[in-house]
Design a binder for this molecule. Structure first.
Ligand SMILES: Nc1ncnc2c1ncn2[C@@H]1O[C@H](COP(=O)(O)OP(=O)(O)OP(=O)(O)O)[C@@H](O)[C@H]1O
Ligand SMILES: [Zn+2]
Length: 892
């Protein structure tokens, strides 16, 4: 087997690292704490998982601060390739295996336990065997030598898988002891059973049973004898009791008969009395019947019936009742008519009342209208007077135009033209006044200038006054203007007068308009009033006519009511007549019904009399029968009395007493015998049971004897097996020891060829003895530290080879892994170690991995791996080195 490649992720001091390993010797070097041991541990862990961690736990291998870790290992074994992958996960503060897979060329195995089992099988080593031979951990170089012989024996036995044989031998021993315990128990049981059987056999059970049975037969016979006698006594008692019973019964019957006789006699007397009473009653009833016959004759005489028989009476009653019914119907009819007519009368009178009140109302309404008509006529007169006055006013207003310059209706236009004229005139006066003022100013200026001697017109000094006449012209012009204004002002005053007049006329026109409108209104109102008046007159007339009609109608209604009143009187007379007739019929019916009732009663009485006679006859018969019975019972009584016999009774009494006494005694005796019999029966039962028990005991005894035999043979087998395992182990160990001794001497010779040691002896208890060349012997502990280390390595290598070559034939050897094996070695011994390593390679160990600083070892390596630790990240790094060279070693 050899490791091809390993990959780590967050494994202890490695963050991410991958390393391929070659065949041959690989030396791993680096400073302390750089992670060399960790790399070897990783290989071990990849193969065996938690079993590779001793007392540490999974979380120790996960890099501090990380929560997952991965290890992958690729290896070749027996020409086939394998791959193991393990993932660890931190959950809380505990790590678990999240993934564990082993891929083999044929299958994929999952789960830590199955993977480990498969690896153990492949390498033929479990984890413990692996660290005891293939992987020599730091500081464990001397492990095997330092162990006590028995520990060493265990260790090596386990390595050689002889430990299992010891376990089997112990198991066989346990089994043997177990069988022994059971066997001892069974033998005790067997002894006990023997004792029980002997004890029971000593009791002579069969003889006892026979004696008991013959005694029981004797008792049985005696019981039979007493039972026969008891039966006889019982018979005697029975017949005596029968006689006494019969006697008692007879007496009882006589008493019963006496009572019956007495009863019969009193019943006969009673019935006779009843017969007499009935006879009296019949007589009374006949008297009553006679009285009723007389009454009927008298009543019949009062009627006009010729034949006085019941049928004629019934027929007459029926006729009269029919007649009465007819009358009743008539009566009802008339009553209905009376009611109807009476209500008709009432209706007529109410109608008359209503009509009269309507007439009254119409008249009152007409009177009211008359009053209104008068008022209307007055109002019309007033209006007519008003109209006349208005007419006069209008005429007066119009007359004012007679001497006017204009016609009626032109006043407004006229006034407007006058106003226009006046405005023009006023403007003209304004113009003239302005001219006058201008001229006056010019005159004043001229006079002032003139006084100063200047031209009044141009202001130039005037010496020779060429301009004076201009002033005069101005004065003339002013006078003309004044005149003109005066004229204009007169005209304006005139115009003002004419305007006033025009205004007056305009006012007259307006007045006429208003008055005429007023007149029109009044005329219209007047027309309306007149129309209303005419209407009211018609209405009034109509109302008076209506009143007349209502009054006439009312009178008619009253006349009708009076007529009906007469009719009702007639009806009432008729009613009286009918009631009288019905009264007579009622009386007649009453006496007729009495006649019928009397007839019925007489018939009833006849029936009653008949019944009584029959009953008397029945009683007669009954009493005859009773007398017959009575005489029978008397005879029977006499017979019974004659049967009575005192001697017989006395004998019976004595017999009974004797029998009872005997029975009492015999029962006690029999009881006694029965209990004796039962006791004997019980004793017999007990004896029989004991016999059965004896039989059972014998059967059990036989069974236990057989079991003991089987157990004994089992015990022998276990003993043999135990011995066999012990022999087998001794034999195998002897074989192994011989091989081991040979291999050990071979390797030892390789290492100590030139030294003073000759050979090593390994005995059956794995005791080691070293022979010096001079024949002296040494304990391994007596060797120097370095020698011990080499010696131990030799021993391990020997075991390693033995295991690999094995009992089952050669298997590919796993890599030999040595962690710091040179610690105790000086350079000479290192040389020996180198030759040991090389010899191992020659022996066919494909791969050897050594952690060491030693130059010589490094020099012997086929390849180098250098490990460095990054000072800042504190993570380890792997580096492949070239085959050893001086420079590399110098730098180490
Ligand atoms: N779980 C972990 N996480 C991180 N670092 C760890 C963990 N466990 C151990 N280490 C560190 O790994 C480093 C490597 O230790 P290792 O024993 O492999 O070193 P070495 O090279 O064999 O040293 P020496 O030459 O002294 O034997 C140590 O410094 C240790 O502190
Ligand atoms: Zn002038």
């Amino acid at each position: 087997m050899r490791v091809d490649r390993i990959r780590l992720l967050n494994f202890k001091c490695y963050e991410e690292a991958e390393l391929g390993l070659e065949r041959g010797v690989t030396v791993v070097h680096g400073v302390n704490g750089s992670g060399k041991s960790t790399l070897l541990e990783a290989v071990f862990f990849a193969l065996y998982g938690s079993k590779a961690l001793d007392d540490r736990t999974l979380d120790d291998v996960i890099t501090t601060g990380e929560d997952e870790s991965e290890v992958e290992l690729w290896f070749t074994h027996d020409g086939r390739e394998y791959h193991i992958e393990r993932h660890l996960k931190l959950r809380g503060d505990r790590a678990t295996t999240a993934k564990c897979v082993l891929e083999t060329p044929t299958e994929t195995i999952e789960g830590a336990r199955d993977v480990r089992r498969e690896v153990t099988e492949l390498l033929r080593m479990d984890a413990e065997a692996f660290v005891n031979c293939a992987y020599v951990r730091q500081g464990e170089v001397n492990k095997l030598i330092h162990a006590s012989p028995s520990d060493r024996q265990d260790m090596i036995d386990d390595l050689l898988q002889l430990g299992a044989l010891e376990t089997y031998r112990e198991r066989a021993s346990d089994a043997r002891l177990g069988v022994k315990t059971v066997l001892d128990g069974q033998q005790e049981v067997l002894e006990d059973l023997h004792k029980q059987v002997e004890h029971k056999e000593g009791k002579e059970l069969h003889e006892r049973l026979n004696g008991l049975e013959s005694r029981q037969n004797d008792v049985r016979e005696e019981i039979d004898r007493f039972e026969t006698q008891r039966e006889q006594a019982r018979n005697t008692l029975e017949s005596a009791e029968n006689v006494l019973e019969r006697h008692a019964e007879t007496r009882e019957e006589i008493t019963t008969l006496e009572t019956a006789i007495e009863e019969l006699r009193s019943k006969i007397t009673e019935t006779e009395r009843k017969r007499k009473d009935a006879n009296d009653e019949i007589r009374d009833l006949e008297d009553r019947r006679e009285e009723l016959a007389v009454e009927r004759e008298e009543l019949l005489a009062e009627t006009d019936l010729e034949a006085g028989d019941d049928d004629a009476v019934e027929t007459r009653i029926a006729d009269l009742e029919a007649r009465d019914d007819e009358l009743q119907d008539d009566l009802n009819e008339i009553r209905v008519s009376v009611t109807e007519t009476t209500s008709e009368i009432e209706r007529c009178r109410e109608a008359a009342d209503e009509l009269e009140s309507k007439a009254e109302a119409a008249r009152e309404q007409a009177d009211d209208l008359d009053a209104k008509l008068e008022a209307d006529a007055e109002a019309i007169e007033d209006r007519e007077a008003k109209l006349e006055a208005l007419e006069a006013e209008i005429t007066a207003a119009r007359e004012r135009f007679d001497d006017a310059p204009i016609a009626f209706g032109e006043a407004a236009e006229h006034r407007d033209s006058l106003e226009t004229e006046r405005e023009a005139l006023t403007d003209e006066i304004g113009d003239v006044t302005a001219d006058i003022r201008t001229v006056e100013n010019a005159i004043d200026e001229g006079e002032r200038l003139l006084e100063e001697g200047k031209c009044p017109e141009c202001g130039q000094p005037v010496a020779d006054s060429p301009h004076v006449d201009v002033l005069d012209d101005k004065r003339e012009e002013l006078a003309e203007l004044d005149d003109r204004r005066e004229d204009l002002e007169v005209k304006r005053d005139e115009l003002d007068d004419r305007l006033d007049r025009a205004e007056e006329l305009r006012e007259a026109e307006r007045q006429v308009d208003r008055l005429e409108e007023n007149r029109e209104n009044i005329e219209q109102l007047l027309a309306e009033k007149r129309e209303t008046l005419a209407e009211r007159r018609d209405q009034c007339e109509q109302l008076r006519e209506d009143a007349e009609t209502y009054a006439t109608d009312a009178e008619d209604e009253r006349a009708t009511a009076d007529d009906l009143e007469d009719e009702v009187a007639d009806y009432r007379a008729e009613l009286g007549a009918i009631n009288t007739d019905r009264g007579e019929i009622k009386d007649t019916l009453e006496s007729l019904r009495r006649i019928a009732a009397v007839g019925d009663e007489r018939d009833d009485l006849a029936g009653e009399i008949e019944t009584l006679r029959d009953r008397r006859q029945d009683w007669q018969t009954m009493n005859d029968e009773r007398r017959e019975t009575l005489s029978n019972k008397r005879e029977r009584k006499r017979d019974l009395e004659s049967e009575f016999d005192e001697d017989r009774i006395e004998t019976a009494r004595n017999d009974k007493q004797n029998a009872e006494n005997y029975l009492e005694q015999v029962d006690a005796k029999l009881e006694d015998l029965e209990s004796k019999h039962d006791n004997l029966q019980n004793a017999i039962g007990a004896a029989e049971r004991e016999l059965e028990e004896l039989e059972e005991l014998r059967e059990r005894l036989e069974g236990v004897e057989k079991r003991c035999e089987r157990l004994e043979s089992l015990y022998d087998e276990a003993e043999t097996l135990q011995a066999t395992y012990a022999d087998l182990r001794a034999e195998l160990r002897q074989q192994n020891v011989e091989t081991l001794e040979r291999l050990l001497n071979e390797t030892f010779e390789l290492v100590y060829q030139n030294d003073s040691y000759a050979a090593i002896d390994l005995d059956g208890e794995y005791r080691l003895t070293v022979y010096q060349k001079d024949g002296e012997t040494l304990e391994p502990e007596q060797l120097s530290g370095g020698e011990r280390a080499l010696f131990n390595l030799s021993l391990r290598c020997a075991i390693y080879r033995l295991l690999a070559e094995g009992v089952e034939g050669t298997a590919p050897l796993p890599p030999l892994i040595l962690d710091e094996p040179t610690v105790f070695l000086d350079s000479g011994h290192v040389t020996q170690l180198v030759s040991l390593v090389e010899s191992m390679r020659d022996l066919g160990v494909e791969q050897i991995v050594v952690v060491s600083h030693d130059e010589e070892l490094v020099g012997a390596a086929d390849s180098l791996v250098r490990i460095e630790k990054d000072a800042t990240s504190n993570r380890s790094r792997l580096e492949r080195g070239e085959p050893p060279q001086a420079e590399l070693l110098a730098s180490d």
